[in-house]
Design a protein around this ligand. Structure first.
Ligand code: ZN
Length: 215
């Protein structure tokens, strides 16, 4: 039996394809697409369709024939139209390696307690993206979200109320969702996490910790 994977929904791939995501989320999408053949194929289709729609707006009307021709082209599109790419680093996908200018050993980690380490890669207009390294068995306190949170696993795995997430899997959380992720397996879980506003932790101690974690 093959394991259930967690890929990005079409809506987010489309938003990425049309340049509507903050840079913090672009990096997570590009990194995920580097690891997921299924998401890469869907993204390439969106890129092809998006380009054709833009051409249609510029000039001739896009009729049904044009749309089916576009879909046909999308089905046999050549791979490699997107920035995502494989990497020589066994953990960091190409786009993340490009971002920090090296491999995992070049990440500038900062300990934030309980064996948890993080490295903030980019912050802009309330959105941020960071690498986090969390030891086996550790739990991220129960929390909700004030905006969107996107978590991509790069090493190890975690489990929460919505399933198990391993390398290449991505979880998207929004205002509606509360969860308590716990690291599973026997290696540190390394994740790439983008958020577009501060998380809302339940309970005073986690709220104090949040002040120091700056998430
Ligand atoms: Zn969360």
């Amino acid at each position: 039996m093959t394991r259930k994977t967690h890929d990005l929904p079409d809506s987010i791939l489309l938003a990425y394809s049309t340049g509507q995501l903050p840079e913090a989320f672009d990096l997570v999408v590009a990194a995920h697409v580097s690891l997921s053949d299924d998401s890469r194929a869907r993204l390439e289709a969106f890129d092809t369709i998006g380009g054709a729609v833009l051409e249609g707006i510029d000039g001739a009307a896009v009729g049904e024939d044009a749309l089916s021709a576009t879909l046909a082209r999308a089905m046999c599109a050549e791979p490699g139209t997107v920035a995502p790419r494989r990497s020589v680093d066994p953990v960091l996908p190409g786009p993340v390696g490009d971002y920090i200018g090296g491999g995992l050993e070049d990440v500038r980690w900062r300990g934030i307690g309980m064996g948890v380490r993080q490295s903030i890669l980019h912050q802009e207009d309330g959105a941020s993206v960071r690498l986090m390294s969390i030891p086996p068995g550790a739990q991220i306190p129960d929390h909700g979200h004030r905006g969107m949170e996107m978590t991509l696993v790069l090493q190890g795995g975690f489990r929460d109320e919505f399933g198990e997430f391993w390398r290449g899997d991505v979880e998207v959380a929004d205002e509606e969702m509360e969860h308590t992720p716990t690291v599973i397996g026997n290696v540190d879980c390394i994740c790439l996490v983008a958020t577009d506003s501060r998380l809302r932790f339940n309970g005073l101690l986690p709220r104090l910790a949040q002040h120091f974690l700056r998430i």
